[in-house]
Ligand binder design. Structure first.
Ligand code: ADP
Ligand code: ZN
Length: 798
């Protein structure tokens, strides 16, 4: 009986399968190792993710070799990767790759190598067909090796047949390029090898050399820079010492650290009673903890204490933040407390920096890893704690394959590796809140702000009476802006706007059109002149008369920040206005620049989208205006109320951070809406209670599981036909399906997209039938150039 290995091939394949290979007797293959395997006519890299006892299929190929002796993945990482693949209907190849060391991926550009001696190959070339000769000459000209891309660029695709022929005759071979894309950075260091006796001999003749030598004897290893700093410019002196054999030159591994580590500041505040209680609960909990703490309640300090405990026990901690660039305070807080123990991981790092930070964490040299969602995969020696700050943020969900949610991965890792998990937020997701009420998470509340700082006063303006006939800024907000400006304060005006959502609203009674089946807002489709439900496809005409109040106030709404900015400028010609939205923050660093200008008081009013809502801490801001709570309430999404509540709470948290008390004005045509009222009253409980009931009634998460499937094809007809076919297959298996409908973003890069939503109660496993159908459809869809995009627990339906 031969040993068999289950291998996750490191390629982006449309198939979800794992492949089996035979293990040659000469190789000691272990779980988690990177191996080389033959695949589709070439040799590629893969990860050993299983060593099954029973042989798989007959006729298996052999593993060709090991990439390295040491396993690249821990058994825990493999288990979690398998759970992820199962849950998200992804391939283990894709989930395993998340855990791999940055820079160890395989380039998807095979390497072509000449297998015979060059002169022999040249002689043989004369006998070959012209096209093969061209290929061979090109490879010879490139020194016997080139990549497939290089070859195609030079000779064109019509030489691929000749390439295959050469490969079959054994003249050349094709293999995956495994070139490590990131190299380790090394630094020269100097150390003394002299003894005291020889030092004496030197003393009279060369005082400079003695000085340098003495420093080196004292300090051990030093870099040239460090030496120069201590002894003055001494390169020549060191060279002389090396020549005489008094000093040895060697190189050590140097780590590129992006966040210049600051030394420990030592200032650790005394915990408030609520913080102490939270800290106690985290220490003793036997399941994930939901830390539900209002803005300014001091959650960061609680996390820091938990981190401190973790590293004191010799373990490592991972701290996840929604977006590194928006949360510089967290990195600052951690580095000032934990110094060089902190490794920062995010996508803005250079490849070299990421590689080094990752390695420091892996080696246990940095035991506090802070980063955006992918940091949840950091391989640390002993994981003791994972903190997910602002756990409700949608940036934790990855929008490409594998479409994981970092919070869920954190919980799986915690369970697998025996680590504590803390989820923190001022506005937890309904999913987490519900789990806390069920006892799956332990909840701990922090209801007051540190130092009893007051919440800002929030007033809701009823636009049904106050509404400007054409503009966006109502009279209450206009007056407040005038007051703020004349008092020398700053104001933020906030407008939630998503590109495609134009909705219908009655400006007299606040009525907005909703789908009778899905209770999500209908979206106005300009092309068809109709209101459409993006979940189930329900359509209706735009009403002339309001169905609710029979009035004539029906309007199409959906204005952007640009129009808001223009209106504000017209109202206050002497005010300095800045705008922050996707249009003004396209280039790198522009986001930061706008904020800096506002912070430096180079502007009085900042108009922006949700970007301005997060993390901003500007003491000069005394007024925050929400231009229209309705744009958020009417996004075509069952989470519209949750998003609104969350945004309003976050936005309100921006006001009154300095000594001046803050003031928040929310304009809305639906001032009675529970999410608006709860946010204005700082009554979290009211919101969650009502929202849970609504979700249960409508059958949405957290009471149901949803999977979105987007079918893409180069023809609209084909995309539609396939989406109908898959819908039918799912319904035959007893799975409820909403749709199919054209996806909200119908066409992307020449492909037409149709969408369907599978939905089922939590206790009925809908993932299994969906997986089965996706897998069985694969063979056909691939042949027909149809793509299936599966998103389990989707947060965004586009
Ligand atoms: P949250 O993340 O819950 O919104 P922060 O962690 O930002 O709140 O804390 C709010 C402010 O309170 C910060 O300026 C922080 O330095 C301060 N703070 C936190 N804990 C304490 C404490 N125990 N004593 C004094 N100040 C504290
Ligand atoms: Zn519907």
């Amino acid at each position: 009986l031969e040993a068999i290995a289950e291998v996750a091939v490191d390629l982006r394949l449309p198939s979800l399968k794992l492949y089996h290979y035979k293990v040659p007797e000469s190789l000691n293959v272990r779980l988690g190792q990177r191996v080389l395997v033959p695949f589709g006519g070439r040799v590629v890299q893969g990860y050993v993710v299983g060593l099954p006892e029973t042989p798989g299929v007959a006729d298996l190929k052999y593993i060709t070799g090991l990439v390295e002796e040491e396993p690249a993945l821990s058994p825990a990482a493999i288990s979690v990767a398998r759970v992820m693949a199962d849950h998200y209907i992804a391939s283990v190849s894709d989930t395993v790759r998340c855990f791999a060391q940055p820079g160890t991926g395989q380039k998807d550009d095979p390497l072509i190598t000449l297998e015979s001696e060059p002169d022999e190959a040249l002689r043989a070339a004369d006998l070959l067909p012209a096209s093969q000769r061209r290929v061979l000459e090109f490879i010879l000209g490139a020194g016997g090796q080139c990549t497939l891309k290089e070859l195609v660029r030079e000779l064109g695709k019509n030489h691929l047949g000749a390439l295959r022929a050469l490969q079959q005759s054994g003249t050349i071979s094709k293999s995956a390029s495994l070139k490590q894309r990131v190299s380790e950075k090394r630094t020269r260091v100097f150390s003394a090898v002299a003894d005291t006796e020889r030092l004496h001999a030197l003393r009279r003749s060369a005082p400079r050399q003695v000085q340098v030598l003495e420093i080196l004897c004292l300090e051990g290893e030093m870099t040239a820079q460090e030496l120069n700093a201590r002894a003055g410019e001494c390169r020549a002196v060191v060279r002389a010492l090396i020549r005489k054999g008094y000093v040895r030159e060697s190189s050590v591994r140097d780590f590129r650290t992006p966040a210049a580590p600051r030394w420990k500041s030592g200032l650790v505040p005394q915990l408030t009673p609520e913080q102490s209680e939270a800290y106690r609960v985290i220490k003793q909990a036997d399941r994930p903890v939901l830390l539900f703490g209002v803005t300014g309640s001091g959650k960061t300090e609680v996390y820091q204490r938990a981190v401190e405990d973790t590293i004191a026990a010799g373990n490592s901690a991972i701290m996840l933040v929604p977006e590194i660039s928006l949360t510089p305070q967290m990195v600052r807080a951690l580095t000032s407390r934990f110094g060089k123990e902190v490794a920062v991981l995010h996508s803005m790092l250079s490849a070299g920096e990421r590689y080094d930070e990752w390695t420091r964490a892996k080696l246990g040299r940095a035991r506090v890893v802070v980063g955006a969602r992918s940091a949840v995969f950091a391989q640390v020696p002993k994981l003791g704690l994972v903190v997910v700050d602002e756990e409700h943020e949608t940036t934790y969900k990855q929008s490409c394959v594998p479409r994981y949610h970092a919070r869920e991965v954190a919980i799986w890792r915690g369970r697998q590796e025996g680590a504590r998990v803390v989820l923190g937020s001022a506005t937890p997701s309904l999913e987490s809140y519900y789990k806390a009420t069920k006892g799956e998470y332990e909840a701990v509340f922090m209801r007051t702000r540190v130092d009893e700082r007051p919440f800002p006063t929030v007033s809701v303006v009823d636009m049904r009476g106050d509404g400007p006939k054409l503009g966006i800024v109502g009279s209450t907000l206009r007056d407040a802006l005038a007051e703020t400006l004349s008092a020398g304060g700053q104001a933020i005006l906030f407008l939630n706007r998503r590109g495609f959502s134009t909705f219908v609203l009655c400006t007299e009674c606040g009525y907005s059109a909703k789908c009778p089946y899905c209770s999500v807002s209908l979206v106005y489709h300009k092309a068809r002149g109709k209101l459409v439900c993006h979940y189930c496809g329900f359509e209706r005409a735009v009403p002339d008369v309001c169905p609710n109040c029979a009035g004539r106030g029906i309007r199409l709404l959906g204005f952007g920040t640009q129009r808001a900015e223009e209106e504000v400028r017209a109202l206050f010609p002497s005010a300095r206005v800045l705008r922050m939205d996707v249009d003004t923050t396209g280039t790198r660093g522009s986001h930061q620049r706008i904020l800096e200008r506002f912070e430096n008081r180079e502007a009085d009013i900042l108009v922006g989208t949700q970007m301005v809502a997060k993390g901003l801490d500007i003491p000069g801001v005394t007024l925050v205006g929400v231009l229209s709570a309705d744009t958020s309430l009417n996004i075509p999404d069952f989470r519209a109320a949750e998003r609104t509540f969350c945004l309003l709470v976050q936005v309100a948290g921006r006001a009154g951070r300095g000594d001046e008390p803050g003031r928040v004005i929310i304009q809305s045509y639906n001032p009675e809406h529970y999410s608006v009222k709860a946010a204005a009253n700082h009554d979290y409980h009211a919101f969650y209670t009502e929202e849970l009931i609504n979700r249960q009634t409508a059958g949405f998460p957290p009471f149901a599981r949803m999977v979105s499937i987007v079918v893409g094809a180069t023809s609209d007809k084909r995309a539609e036909a396939w989406s109908r076919r898959i819908t039918e297959l799912l319904r035959n298996k007893g799975v409820e399906v909403l749709g199919p409908v054209t996806a909200p973003v119908w066409q992307i890069r020449g492909r037409y997209r149709w969408m369907l939503l599978a939905r089922g109660p939590l206790d009925a496993d809908i993932l299994a039938p969906v997986r089965e159908i996706v897998e069985s459809a694969e063979r056909y869809t691939n042949a027909h150039d149809v793509t299936l995009t599966v998103d389990v627990d989707p947060l965004n339906l586009m």
